[in-house]
Write a protein that binds this ligand. Sequence first.
Ligand SMILES: *Cc1c(COP(=O)(O)O)cnc(C)c1O
Length: 223
Amino acid sequence: MYDIKTKLHEVLSQLPEGVRLVAISKYHPADYVMAAYEEGQRVFGESHEQEIREKHAALPKDIEWHFIGHLQTNKVKLIVPYISMIEAVDSLKLLREIQKQAQKADRVVRVLLELHIAQEATKYGLTLDACRELLAGGEWRQMPNVRICGLMMMASNTDDEAKIAQEFQTAASFFDEVKARFFADSPDFCERSWGMSDDYLLAVSHRSTMVRIGTMIFGPRVY
Ligand SMILES: *Cc1c(COP(=O)(O)O)cnc(C)c1O
């Protein structure tokens, strides 16, 4: 088995205080999660509803599960009862459904708004203007069961470091803008989720508070 424990500690030792690791365990078996869990890791991320549901059922209940993938509205009710954070909210429609299901489950669900900044990395996410519009619309203020905790984004999948740095910089500046405009009085709005296996050090230097790392810890995924 890939040396998960060594890799985990290697990654953790590089993260400055205040930056949390979300260990991305998608496509890896539950015993990989357990190997990291035994070293103290408690936050894991998954991108498919069925897989996260199965792992949640099989693994210790003090794990905080983050949903990091594109979430279809019809899947929201399945994950809302146990999810710790939904990282990739990219529409008002999805936000409404999370509110509805969270209310039914009588809980507050923490979410991040996903930005679309990279050119090719994903077809999902809000453009900066769409994100401004969603927040300016104000409907989210009437959602007592949804807590918007910050922003999430993926940088371009490229070797061009300057380009990646520029995208992180754009996200960081945008965070400051919306923080000042919409969340100045809300300490909950504090998370900047960027950085993956290939770019997390760069992300941290651009004020990431949460890195989502899979391959570097668990090895290559077998799809
Ligand atoms: C898979 C995935 C990651 C982790 O990617 P690695 O390159 O394996 O670290 C991070 N964020 C999202 C949204 C992902 O889908």
